[in-house]
Design a protein around this ligand. Structure first.
Ligand code: PBG
Length: 329
């Protein structure tokens, strides 16, 4: 009863605030997305993602060693595939000597203990920019899930610790888990993008990989027939529970900030670790506002990642990972 209980006593100075702080962000909370390109000597800044780069394999080694030295122990790999290698079935995704397969080996060579997670989806390999095979204006589900399973086995053979299917086809976790088991990859994990929304926040990522859906007749202009409707909350639980039944080790909500209600719902419902992807558009917004002097970059970075963790994330895939380590050390 007031004035016997004055809440401000617990906020009087940093010593007491840090003593009662409920959420502490550490380097252990982060997965670092990395964009990889063919060529050598390339460290190419992404136009809509200031201070974020695409690396060629030779420069990837140095970056991965730096991440490890900062205490960042997990990476999430994405590749930018040359146009001439793209087709409707993502054939190049299964090339044992493809860019992803080589990248996995480069990371493992640079830092054997680094946790390597790989993006599994057709869009970087698709000439239509879709996460699945396009046929008569539709994205084929089961045919795509089969390829994703083969792709996962290929990544596991190259040394990936976890595959991370980001496509939102139905049943793909079961087909991936079954294929991995059949091929003896019983230790290869699955981090499923389980509640992934059809979000406009992915724009800068699609610039980075040149992977946006193309503007052609009979090709859907968006991903709304497979990614979730941003208006839906209960459906996120259904999607996530199904992925867990099918064998997902870690589930994910994506994007982050605009979906923290979903994060908390899922955290309260499931018994597996929950990842949140703070996506490219979230990064771009803050960088742009900070460049204009309209927001305090460092303070807002910390507030955002702390909020994502407070909402229930066990881990955060974030382009700010290195910034955060700098800010907390
Ligand atoms: C593709 C994929 C996307 C992202 C991760 N994997 C884009 C999309 O679904 O169109 C987005 C990540 C980001 O915006 O940072 N399967």
């Amino acid at each position: 009863m007031y004035p016997l209980r004055r809440n401000r006593r617990l906020r009087n100075n940093e010593a007491i605030r840090s003593l009662v702080r409920e959420t502490i962000v550490t380097p252990n909370d982060f997965l670092v997305p990395l964009f990889i390109v063919e060529g050598s000597g390339i460290k190419d800044e992404i136009a809509s993602m200031p201070n974020y780069y695409r690396y060629s394999l030779d420069l990837l080694t140095k970056e991965v060693k730096e991440l490890w030295s900062l205490g960042l122990k997990g990476v999430l790999l994405f590749v930018k595939v040359p146009d001439q290698l793209k087709d409707n079935k993502g054939t190049e995704a299964l090339n044992p000597d493809g860019l992803m397969q080589r990248a996995i080996k480069v990371v493992k060579n640079a830092v054997p203990e680094m946790l390597v997670m790989t993006d599994v989806a057709l869009d970087p390999y698709s000439n239509f920019g879709h996460d699945g095979i396009v046929s008569e204006g539709k994205i084929l589900n089961d045919e795509t899930a089969k390829i994703l399973a083969e792709m996962s086995v290929s990544h596991a053979s190259a040394g990936a610790n976890f595959v991370a299917p980001s496509d939102m086809m139905d049943g793909r976790i079961l087909s991936i888990r079954t294929a991995l088991e059949n091929e003896g990859f019983t230790d290869t994990g699955i981090m499923s993008y389980s509640a992934k929304y059809a979000s406009a926040f992915y724009g800068p990522f699609r610039d980075a990989l040149d992977s946006a859906p193309v503007d052609l007749m009979d090709v859907p202009k968006d991903k709304k027939t497979y990614q979730m409707d941003p208006a839906n909350r209960d459906e996120a639980i259904k999607e996530t529970l199904m992925d867990i039944e099918e064998g997902a080790d870690i589930v994910m909500v994506k994007p982050g900030l605009a979906y923290l209600d979903i994060v908390r719902d899922i955290r309260n419902t499931v018994d597996v670790p929950v990842a949140v992807y703070q996506v490219s558009g979230e990064y771009a917004m803050l960088k742009a506002a900070a460049q204009k002097g309209w927001l305090d970059h460092d303070a807002v970075v910390m507030e955002q990642v702390t909020s994502i963790k407070r909402a229930g994330a066990h881990m955060i895939a974030s382009y700010f990972a290195k910034d955060v380590v700098r800010l907390i050390s």
